[in-house]
Design a binder for this molecule. Sequence first.
Ligand code: HEM
Length: 443
Amino acid sequence: MQLQPERLHLVLEQWCREFGPVYTFRLIGRPFVAIADPILITQVLRDRPGAFRRWNAIETVARELGINGVFSTEGETWRRQRQLVVKALDPLHLRAFFPSLCEMTRRLLQRWESAARDQRSVDIQKDLMRYTVDVTTNLAFGYDMDTIEGEVIQQHLEVILPTINRRINAPIPYWHDLKLPADKVLDRALSAVQTLTKELIAANRARLAQRSEADAIPANLLEALLMAQQEGEAPLTDDEVLANVFTILLAGQDTTANTIAWVAHFMSILPDVQRKMQEEVDAVIGHATMLEDFDVADTLPYLNAVINEAMRLKSATPVLAVEPNYDVHVGDIAIPKGAVLSLLTREAGLQQGGDSAAGVFDPDRWLTGVSAASHHRAGFMPFGSGPRLCPGRSLALMEVRSAVAMLCRNFDLLRVKDAPEVEEVFAFSMMPQNLRVELRRRA
Ligand code: HEM
């Protein structure tokens, strides 16, 4: 009964401290094995899609909702979809997309300038969700949603992931027989987002039909999926295109927004860290108000160390759930087919190198010459690992760096006085609850 979906990761991590890095429990008769050992986790994540798959509840729920895309499919279907998605999110496309990202970061700046002028505190996590939806729809679908200014689809997206999370973890699929108010809200949200995605597909098809043969490079992810469909190369059905559009929208939004929000949280409670970040950003971007050059983000070591440290302590995906396709061994542990593995990736990543204790926020541990590979070996895997490593990683980091650099250059972040404690809430991605900050325009 302790396993409420919103606190799932905290309970599993607490048990890990009580029972050790590998333990087992049963849920409605099904065996679960929790693993926080980085070497074992890496072994499992690498051995996909052969020995392991995502927990089948994820695919069952995704299929019911019409969103069974690259995140939840398996085997040959996954391989075919993955190939196209990875191609569309590669660094070459991202470089070309950078000016549009700047435009969206500028809109976010304007929104926060107005809050700072009116001395309003901001719900930074909500604003960031709008930012990441805008970025994803622009990059992946060639559509300017502009939710930073208008509300529209954002409200619907907000309810989808928490409900999916509750359904995946529900002991029985009660919604087959009985729709609670939350299920009705989900139906409405899905229908609205589906209408939008269908419109996006139609608009991209129409654009493609007018393009000359010579102009064969897809301008966005959706075009790439549609062109592959036309050419019969790894073709996707219409439903698969729709499911993947939806998947990208869901996979790219909360995770990225929550990561930026956690960075903002640490900035607001650690003024010395904030000051150091501001000094670095000021020195690198000079009079500009934000990063305007794709490569400049690589020249901000302290800012990048803060982002890594925020992802280490407040990973947006602290638990990954997989299951074996047949009876397997993980290390010397026999895992029968039918068991579910809860991979506690955040807990695994807490055992880091450096001088300070594992639970302390210390960006310097990333600057001491310890290689990225050794951090990975020690369990730092906020984007997963192996063949299913997050394909949106480069885009996500580009968004996080752009938004954080803009924050540093333009604002001082202060924790709102007497605000309730910031808490972790798990809703497929892990988000800060009660995070309210005050933004003051820097002189
Ligand atoms: C900071 C932001 C993000 C974090 C922390 C994150 C994290 C993750 C993690 C942990 C996985 C599972 C990897 C595994 O199973 O080994 C994943 C998968 C995935 N992510 Fe991300 N992600 C982020 C942003 C994005 C963005 C921006 C997109 C797309 C625009 C995206 C698209 C996907 C997709 C499609 C998958 C499924 C890949 C597969 O199963 O083959 N993610 N992500």
